[in-house]
Design a binder for this molecule. Structure first.
Ligand code: UD1
Ligand code: CA
Length: 456
């Protein structure tokens, strides 16, 4: 005897016009269905059942590792039929809660009120909408008691004028629900087994049907097309932004910031316009992120400034660094405290030591850079021989002249200096000047060729 949650997710979603099953379309970076599953688990249920159909394999694969019971609905014969598929797992005394894989913004607190209202009987979430078209309508008697739900397609003119709609969310006692479902027929306009028909059956059994309002109407909005998805994305982002602002984050324009994942922040973090954060991002105290930077699965230490237009992907940046503008940090990059990474610098699978500088137009890949190293403009680590990747090591305090190519595998000793324009193919000794350069010469009196008269 416990709470059993049934999530309906078998619908085809044709109006998305997509190869991707509807419930896998992302909202805030996570599939619609994942939002619903997460909310379901927040209610501490005994079990969560997901009724799937269309694109089932893909849906299951995408949510792999999440502990739900998958129930296949071979043919979509209606919402009542869909719920029935999961009923074998329900025993009398259970409370069954029905959720929808394409209605992602429902809140756990609203659902708790619904479950409480259903105790031993049946309750649903209804809403009063100025524009009720498309929804089932709640029909009440003169005393205000719920009598039944009529679907739009089966409704007469008077019923269509009702503004109180069925949101679809419903909770009921397990044994009674099974009985009501077993008696359903598909004698209606859509030839479907309607879940909504259990309401009239419950009323027939003398059950008083409870109704619960959502806290906000956006909680009950479903996704049928990409226009609705875009609307819900903005609702979702607005909710997150309100929370972040109240947590003490400065967002220079709350309408131009997207969080697609989870953010943990220190104090006095400032995020400029167009910042996109994805996956798990951690920003330390006083971090400033400039306009149009994208940070994904990364950690940024306290006091670090990320200037505009940077892309930071699965990198770990220490405190008091300066990154960008226009820098790209790729996975497995570690930047230690106080380092500077400047414009048009790409760093991949490398560590940069304390206080080191790579300020302009460089590529550093598969490299260990010590502390207080200066990497001159245009330096390239040639880490790839066409088949394999090789490592470069640069010791503490080294100075790499501009436009140097370091052909890996190669080591530069501590305190070494490399003259500008060098192509380094062998290890460089510590503390010495090394250069590989063709000597400059001047040809005195040399004259440029000139055009002969009459020639084109
Ligand atoms: C349903 C309700 C309607 C309510 C509306 C709210 C019924 C009969 N009607 O109508 O009262 O106002 O939701 O949005 O319940 N699904 C399955 N298997 C099926 C059929 C549907 O899993 O065989 C799933 C769909 O994927 C979807 C949900 O159930 O997530 C609702 O189905 P849908 O066909 O959209 O119902 P509506 O006609 O919108
Ligand atoms: Ca629908």
């Amino acid at each position: 005897m416990g709470l059993k949650i049934i999530i309906l997710a078998a619908g085809g979603g044709t109006r998305m016009r997509s190869a991707l099953p509807k419930v896998l379309h992302p909202l805030g970076g996570a599939p619609l269905l994942e939002h619903v599953v997460t909310t379901a688990f927040a209610l501490n249920p005994e079990r969560v059942h997901v009724v799937y159909g269309h694109g089932g394999g893909q849906v299951r694969a995408r949510l792999e590792g999440i502990d739900v019971e998958w129930v296949e609905q071979g043919e979509q014969l209606g919402t009542g039929h869909a719920v029935q598929q999961a009923m074998p797992a329900v025993v009398p005394g259970d409370t069954v809660l029905v959720l929808y894989g394409d209605v992602p913004l429902i809140e756990a607190q609203t659902l708790q009120r619904l479950v409480a209202a259903a105790r031993g009987g049946l309750a649903l979430i209804s809403a009063r909408l100025p524009e009720p078209t498309g929804y089932g309508r709640i029909v009440r008697d003169g005393a205000g008691k719920v009598l039944r739900i009529v679907e739009e397609k089966d409704a007469g003119e008077e019923e269509r004028a009702i503004h109180e709609v069925n949101t679809g969310f419903l909770a009921a006692e397990g044994g009674a629900l099974r009985r009501w479902l077993d008696g359903l027929d598909n004698d209606n306009a859509q030839r479907e087994y309607y879940l909504t028909d259990v309401i009239a059956r419950a009323v027939g059994d003398g059950v008083e049907v409870g109704t619960v309002d959502p806290r906000a109407n956006e909680e009950i909005l479903g996704v049928n097309n990409r226009l609705q998805l875009a609307t819900l994305e903005r609702c979702y982002q607005r909710r997150q932004v309100e929370r972040l602002l109240l947590e003490g984050v400065t967002l220079l324009d709350p309408d131009r910031f997207d969080l697609r994942g989870a953010l943990s922040v220190g104090r006095d973090v400032v995020l400029d316009v167009g910042v996109v954060l994805e996956g798990h991002v951690t920003l330390g105290d006083g971090v400033v992120v400039g306009p149009y930077s994208v940070i994904r699965d990364a950690r940024i230490g306290a006091g670090t400034r990320i200037e505009s237009h940077c892309v930071i992907d699965a990198a770990d940046v220490g405190p008091d660094c300066r990154i960008g503008p226009y820098a790209r940090l790729r996975p497995e990059t570690r930047i230690a405290a106080g380092a500077h990474i400047g414009n048009f610098v790409e760093i991949k699978k490398s560590s940069i030591g304390d206080g080191s500088k790579v300020n302009h137009l460089s590529y550093i890949g598969d490299t260990t850079v010590g502390r207080d190293v200066n990497v001159g403009a245009g330096t390239i680590t040639c880490n790839y021989d066409g088949a394999n990747k090789h490592r470069t090591e640069i010791g503490d305090g080294a100075f790499i002249g501009s436009d140097t190519q370091l052909v890996a595998p190669v080591k530069v000793g501590a305190g070494a200096t490399i003259g500008a324009g060098s192509t380094i193919t062998r290890d460089v000794p510590a503390g010495e000047l090394t250069l590989s350069r063709i000597k400059q010469e001047t040809r005195k009196g040399w004259k440029r060729p000139v055009k002969k008269k009459g020639e084109a």
